[in-house]
Each structure stands twice: as structure tokens, then as C-alpha cells.
Design a protein around this ligand. Structure first.
Ligand SMILES: Cc1ncc(COP(=O)(O)O)c(C=O)c1O
Length: 354
């Protein structure tokens, strides 16, 4: 059939999200979800929800949630926009700041959705390579970003798990003549974050998600904060009612229960440390992680083979083919029992060194 699509759409393969298989007994460590459920407060809200309210549209600007985030960050509601997952915010940000004559600069490797969104806009992509051994960041990134209008810094980075030093991000923000988006999807697992840069600079947006540290990938909620002029511009681009009513209610209840969340985070960080040590003892090379996953290369450098071996044994992790990334696997930190099973399967191919 003749294509009726814009040429840009015909040219792209489309983003392939991590698989969500439903096999019973499967150990699912492939999409960096939280292994623990949200706060029990969430269940109370759902239980008491008056379904008659669903006849009405939700709050179009999610003010209750924005106020909650604002209070936490020492900002105002006007500094914050909420999205249907941070992917929704990324769509708005690419529509706002990229076009055929407005390129975007991304680090390589980083979140593979960014170039897909750029392709939808017909926007050129400048790829700034991270160091091939330790995935550290170049000091001259802004020079490499040339005339880009948007520079995306993922911190901690995905899929590598390391953090670019905050002072280097500050330098990028000061030098770059465009919008710097700091994607903090995994910052709950890191020792620090870049929130202050959103007030220090007019050209900086910081973006977070409920999908990882807050344990709510299923409800789809992300938020971004920065200068009110940037936020009001983005508001023009969002779907009128981009956050449904249940999401707004349930997310607020879960977010407010900070103690519970901290307890879950502590358990994940302890397992991250254990898994790092155990995999090292099986000869894996591991990038020191500040996220809820490890980027780990098996001793034979055969990422694809190790991925297949795990899969045959019903353990699903993520594999990114490619000259640099193909040696590694990205392994989400699971519960202690899930991690034990992962180690058991790994040990059958790569025995302990001592
Ligand atoms: C770096 C990064 N940014 C954004 C997202 C999207 O998150 P969300 O579930 O909020 O759309 C992901 C999801 O894996 C991610 O890894």
C-alpha cells in the first residue's frame, strides 16, 4: 500500500520497550521496576475511592501533586509539570525544543528512546560518546553538542548506572546555549541529585519518574521542574487531561509515605552491594552503579550468550547489542530471592573464583 505517513515516520523502526512476559515463575529483571510494592496507604485510597467521581474529568493540571512535589523541592506549583510517565514529558520536550533545524545532543550510550523521539521530529542527533571502558563523561561535551538546542544528561545514566559528577553537569549547564534536560529517572538510588541546578539556571529542566524508586510504573507518572517560563511553555503542549484521576489520587498517597519508601530503597541498595560483590566473584566486570540495576560484563565478554543462558532458565534481563554495550547485560536489582536465583543460574556457567 502507498504510505500516507510523513517520511520521518516511515524512516523509523519505532522504540521497542523492555518485554513484559507473563510466564509463571519468571524472574523479571529487565525493566528496572521496583521489586517492592507501593505503600499500603495506596490500597486504602483505592478501596475508599468513590467510583461516581469517574464520571468527571480529572484535574487537568494535577495541582495537588504539583503542590506536593513543590513542597518537597522548595519550589512553587508554577515550577512543575506532571506527565503520564516521564516518557510523556519527553514527548513534550522533544516537540518543544527539537525540529529539523533544532538538533538534540545525547550521550552514547544512554536511554534509547531519545533518538527515536528526535527522529519523529526530523531533528538531527549529535551523539557524544562516553568513555568506552568506564563510561565517564567528556569535559568538552558542550563543544561536541555544537549548535544543538537540547542536551540530555541522564543521571544516573541508563543503561550504564554511573553518575556524571554534579560539578561537570553544572559546567555543561553554564556553557550550553540551549535547554539542558537532566533525566533523573534513577536519582532515588543515588547519593545526590541535581535539583538545585533547576533554580540556579534558567535553561535547565530536571525530570523524575514514579516508575523506579517510587514503585509505580503501572500508573504512569513523571514530573519535571524548572523556570516557570519553561514550564508554562510545556503546558501548552500537553494533552488536556494527561493524568487520570486514579493516578493523581493514588500517587499522592504513596508519595506521602516517605518512611516506607526509604525502607524499600535501603533494601535495594543492600542487594545492589551484595550482587556487585557476588558477580565480581564470578569474574564479571561491573560499572559501579548508583541506580537500581547493574551494567555487568561476563568474564568471556559474551553478553548475548549470557543473556540467552539466563533466558533459557527463565531469568529475563536486558541486553543491548552493539560494539560497546554488547559485552554487558543490564540487570535490575530484584528481591533477595530473585537475586539468589539469578546468581544460581549465572554460577552454572561462570563458577565462583573463590
Ligand atoms: C533514563 C530513563 N528515563 C525515562 C524513563 C521513562 O520512565 P517512565 O516510566 O516514567 O516513562 C526510563 C524508563 O526506563 C529511563 O530509563
Amino acid at each position: 500500500m502507498k504510505s500516507y505517513f510523513r517520511p520521518e515516520i516511515d524512516a523509523i523502526a519505532g522504540y521497542v520497550p523492555g518485554e513484559q512476559p507473563k510466564m509463571p515463575g519468571l524472574i523479571k529483571l529487565n525493566t528496572n521496576e521496583n521489586p517492592y510494592p507501593p505503600s499500603p496507604e495506596t490500597a486504602k485510597v483505592l478501596h475508599n475511592f468513590d467510583i461516581d467521581r469517574l464520571r468527571r474529568y480529572p484535574d487537568p493540571t494535577a495541582d495537588k501533586l504539583r503542590d506536593l512535589f513543590a513542597a518537597d523541592l522548595g519550589l512553587k506549583r508554577e515550577n512543575i509539570i506532571a506527565g503520564n510517565g516521564s516518557d510523556d514529558l519527553l514527548t513534550m520536550i522533544f516537540r518543544a525544543f527539537t525540529a529539523p533545524e533544532l538538533p538534540v545532543a545525547v550521550f552514547e550510550p544512554s536511554y534509547s528512546l531519545y533518538p527515536v523521539l528526535a527522529a519523529m521530529q526530523g531533528a538531527p542527533v549529535y551523539r557524544i560518546e562516553l568513555d568506552r571502558n568506564d563510561f565517564s563523561y567528556p569535559a568538552d561535551a558542550v563543544k561536541q553538542a555544537k549548535d544543538a538546542n537540547l542536551l540530555i544528561v541522564t543521571r544516573p545514566n541508563a543503561p550504564t548506572g554511573n553518575c556524571v559528577p554534579k560539578e561537570l553537569v553544572r559546567q555543561y549547564c553554564a556553557e550550553f546555549d540551549g535547554i539542558v534536560l537532566i533525566d533523573e529517572a534513577y536519582s532515588d538510588f543515588a547519593p545526590d541529585n541535581c535539583a538545585e541546578l533547576a533554580t540556579e539556571f534558567d535553561n535547565v529542566l530536571v525530570m523524575r519518574t514514579f516508575s523506579k524508586g517510587v514503585s509505580m510504573a503501572g500508573i504512569r507518572l513523571g514530573y519535571a521542574f524548572g523556570n516557570p517560563d519553561l514550564i508554562s511553555g510545556l503546558m501548552k503542549l500537553k494533552d488536556s487531561y494527561n493524568l487520570d484521576m486514579l493516578t493523581q489520587e493514588v500517587a499522592a498517597a504513596n508519595y506521602a509515605d516517605k518512611n516506607y519508601r526509604q525502607e524499600c530503597l535501603k533494601k535495594i541498595l543492600a542487594e545492589r552491594e551484595r550482587l556487585t560483590a557476588e558477580l565480581s566473584n564470578r569474574g564479571f566486570a561491573i560499572i559501579p552503579s548508583q541506580a537500581n540495576f547493574l551494567f555487568a560484563a561476563p568474564p568471556d565478554g559474551d553478553g548475548a550468550g549470557c543473556f540467552a543462558h539466563l533466558r533459557e532458565n527463565a531469568v529475563i534481563v536486558r541486553y543491548f547489542p552493539g560494539e560497546v554495550t554488547g559485552k554487558y547485560l543490564r540487570i535490575t536489582i530484584g528481591t533477595p530471592a530473585e537475586n539468589d536465583r539469578l546468581l544460581e543460574v549465572i554460577t552454572s556457567k561462570y563458577p565462583c573464583l573463590n
